[in-house]
Design a protein around this ligand. Structure first.
Ligand code: PBG
Length: 393
């Protein structure tokens, strides 16, 4: 079958047999439409040469206006990979893990299928596997026994506490595995808030920052590569940076949870740690989901105070925030694909309602495309395995 030429001149239209009549020129808009009426215009140098079969009789015929064909670059998976603007790799991922006291203990977390809390010996075994699939970074969260919790989170800066002991053991076993530790009081307080609370139930800012600084120092002394303040107190990044430098830990990085929203998506994580707030909510320190400009304000403050990397949390409902921090600062940006986002995907996958692999890889790729250099995700191990078999394109 002869394909009708896509003519750009009225002459061509009239000289062409009826059945070969091209799409009406009137449908064209913009520069193409303007050119189509100009019989005297010079031939378009980049238009393909017309072949004898497709050239109408008229000597007035001008080269055909090529129609835009973006699909040409999607023809094969090789080509799609060559034009892919974003590539997801295991090196982008940070795997959050939960550590608890004891030995030989592995407790699954019901609202986070596939995740568990482990005693240190069991965690080390798991990390062997985690490294084996190509993941190079973990975020460590402790499950603190109730007996060690108090109103001011004293255990948070015990140099021989669970986190410092775990960091030392992990770095000794896997020196090349980057360890990120969480700086906040909620796993350590009886009330579950990230800071110190006064009689009126208010979260005290500066008193909390003083404790967080001690916590960060204990973690750095144990060998944490990055401390990650997730508490949202004002001024904590600067205070931690100064304290770290003064103690000689100038190489310890700060991954700042800069735009951490007061989110319902943290529910399963709080189950995992038994750390749900016992009264009130976290809205006086975590951000209002309604706000975007405020995220930039927080990020710029953290940057000025010495943060090395900025984080947005949660990720999926906050892709615009990720992009904004990426576009308006020079720091790497991390995104936290949090527990509630994970739980929703796992629940739907268990029902057979979605294709888990495809959904997870598309979601993580979307976060990267939005500007995330790093993604903290409970899907990290699965994603790394899937990416080994076949990169996403
Ligand atoms: C606590 C902290 C939370 C998460 C990470 N650090 C919970 C909270 O702020 O209440 C949530 C992580 C997740 O949901 O996966 N500072």
């Amino acid at each position: 079958m002869t394909v009708p030429p896509l003519s750009s001149t009225p002459e061509a239209t009239t000289n062409t047999a009826m059945e070969l009549k091209p799409a009406p020129v009137a449908q064209l808009t913009g520069p193409a439409a303007e050119r189509s009426g100009t019989v005297t215009q010079a031939p378009d140098p980049i238009a393909p040469e017309s072949t004898p079969e497709s050239t109408p009789e008229s000597t007035l015929e001008l080269p055909a206006e090529p129609i835009a064909r973006p699909r040409r670059l999607r023809r094969s998976s090789t080509l799609r990979r060559m034009v892919a603007e974003t590539v997801l790799t295991a090196q982008d991922l940070i795997y959050p893990v939960f550590v608890m006291e004891g030995t030989g203990r592995v407790e699954p977390i019901p609202s986070m299928p596939g995740c568990d809390r482990r005693s240190l010996d069991q965690l080390l075994e798991k990390l062997q596997m985690v490294r084996g699939v190509g993941i190079r970074a973990i975020a460590l969260f402790p499950v603190i026994p109730l007996a060690q919790k108090d109103a001011i989170g004293s255990e948070s800066h015990n140099p021989n506490g669970l986190v410092p002991r775990a960091v030392k053991a992990i770095k000794a076993a896997f020196p090349d595995l980057l360890v990120f530790t969480d700086v906040a009081l909620d796993p350590y307080t009886t009330h579950g808030h990230d800071g110190i609370v006064d009689e009126a139930g208010q979260i005290l800012n500066d008193e909390t920052v003083a404790v967080l600084t001690q916590q960060a120092l204990a973690q750095a002394a144990a060998g944490a590569d990055f401390v990650a303040p997730s508490d949202m107190m004002d001024g904590r990044v600067g205070a931690i940076r100064q304290a770290l430098d003064a103690a000689g830990f100038w190489q310890t990085g700060i991954l700042a949870y800069s735009a951490k929203y007061a989110s319902a998506y943290y529910g399963p994580f709080r189950d995992a740690l038994d750390s749900a707030p016992q009264f009130g909510d976290k809205k006086t320190y975590q951000m209002d989901p309604a706000n975007r400009r405020e995220a930039l304000k927080e990020a710029l403050l953290d940057l000025a105070e010495g943060a090395d990397v900025l984080m947005v949390k949660p990720a999926l409902a906050y892709l615009d925030i990720i992009w904004q921090l990426k576009a308006q600062t020079q720091l790497p940006v991390a995104a936290y694909n949090v527990s509630g986002e994970y739980a929703m995907v796992k629940a739907a996958a268990e029902q057979g309602w979605i294709d888990e692999r495809a959904i997870v890889l598309e979601t993580l790729l979307g976060m990267k495309r939005a500007g995330a250099d790093w993604i903290l995700t409970y899907h990290a191990v699965d994603a790394a395995r899937w990416l080994r078999k076949q990169p996403v394109v």
